[in-house]
Write a protein that binds this ligand. Structure first.
Ligand code: CO
Ligand code: ZN
Length: 326
């Protein structure tokens, strides 16, 4: 499972550029599901056919990144965010473009208190000495993502892009295990979640399932000085109750709790104060779709090094394997 997580986390895929991630997943699931297709938004939809309920399990393929907005005379890049990027935590980070060009993020030291710095006052240095040199490597509109390796240490995984390649890895693992059920399972790998839960919208409309789950990361409350939250790393995947984008449908929430209880899988109840997931757009698609979520407690979300506990990941696979029989 670690190798699968590493492969997916290291694949380049900021919002709108998820093709490489989709190709990687297609390679892993070819022949293991009944149908693999994509739609106009770039969502990858892998179907295990059945005669029962239609169930969507969604995980987003896109990761946060930056987009080049301007290149100055000296070859420094100005940029905007793709997804939520707190200026302070990206300072000094390396980013990499699809063609392998690496840059370092820094800020205008003369005018800014570093604590108050904004993205407009920051730039990327790719080692170019002029605009012409820079333009040989990078164009306006090109996107880059964090550089950060994927390691396992003491039962925990540290990596870039665990949001939400960890969800993708869980779904791939589940599809490979092929849980026995008459239900029709749609493993949906969505696009553009980080910029507004966009891909999930069209995917859900195209499928019109009986219910849906978003598999994503969530915050935790077990770090020094963080906001109170009844979620800790290693104590189980969460059953989503509410986040900023959705209030989980009671039947979906109850089905998850029932599945966890039946299989004695540890779980935690999740009320996340900030952020949303694909369930936020799926549940208000068409006439409404009963939706909920299972999340992996994650530290340092949207940083170049996010952290999850491997036990939570494995228990999420077990929980979903039982849930899809509902
Ligand atoms: Co995110
Ligand atoms: Zn996410």
């Amino acid at each position: 499972m670690f190798d699968l997580i590493k492969t997916l986390a290291q694949t380049f895929g900021p919002s709108g550029c998820e093709k490489k991630v989709a190709d990687t997943i297609t390679g892993l699931l070819k022949g293991k599901v009944d149908e693999i297709r994509t739609d106009a938004m770039g969502n990858l939809i892998c179907v295990k056919k059945g005669t029962g309920k239609k169930i969507i399990l969604a995980a987003h393929m896109d990761e946060i990144g930056i987009i080049v907005s301007y290149i100055d005379d000296k070859g420094f890049l100005r940029f905007s965010n793709v997804g939520g990027l707190p200026p302070l935590i990206i300072l000094g980070q390396r980013v990499v473009f699809e063609n392998g060009t690496v840059g370092v993020i820094w800020y205008e030291e003369n005018i800014d208190n570093v604590k108050n710095t904004k993205l407009e006052k920051m730039f990327i240095d790719i080692g170019a000495k002029s605009r012409a040199e820079a333009e040989k490597l990078v164009k306006v509109g090109d996107m880059a993502v964090f550089v950060g390796d994927t390691i396992e240490q003491n039962g925990r995984i540290i990596s870039k892009a665990l949001d939400d390649r960890i969800g993708c890895a869980i779904l791939v693992q589940l599809a490979l295990n092929a849980p026995k059920t008459d239900n029709e399972i749609y493993y949906v790998f969505t696009t553009q979640e980080e910029v507004g839960l966009r891909g999930a919208k069209t995917a859900a409309f195209g499928i019109m399932p009986d219910m849906a789950l978003a598999i994503d990361v969530c915050d935790m409350g077990d770090m020094p000085g963080c906001k109170p939250m009844a979620v800790s790393l290693g104590e189980g995947p969460t059953v989503k109750i509410k986040d900023r984008s959705v209030i989980a449908h009671p039947e979906v929430k109850d089905a998850l709790i029932k599945a966890a209880t039946k299989k004695k899988i540890p779980y935690q109840l999740e009320v996340m104060l900030e952020g949303g997931t694909d369930a936020g757009s799926i549940h208000i698609t068409a006439g409404g779709i009963p939706s909920g979520g299972v999340s992996i407690p994650t530290r340092f979300i949207h940083d170049a090094a996010e952290m999850v506990d491997m036990k939570d990941v494995e228990n999420a696979v077990k929980l979903l394997a039982e849930f899809v029989k509902a």
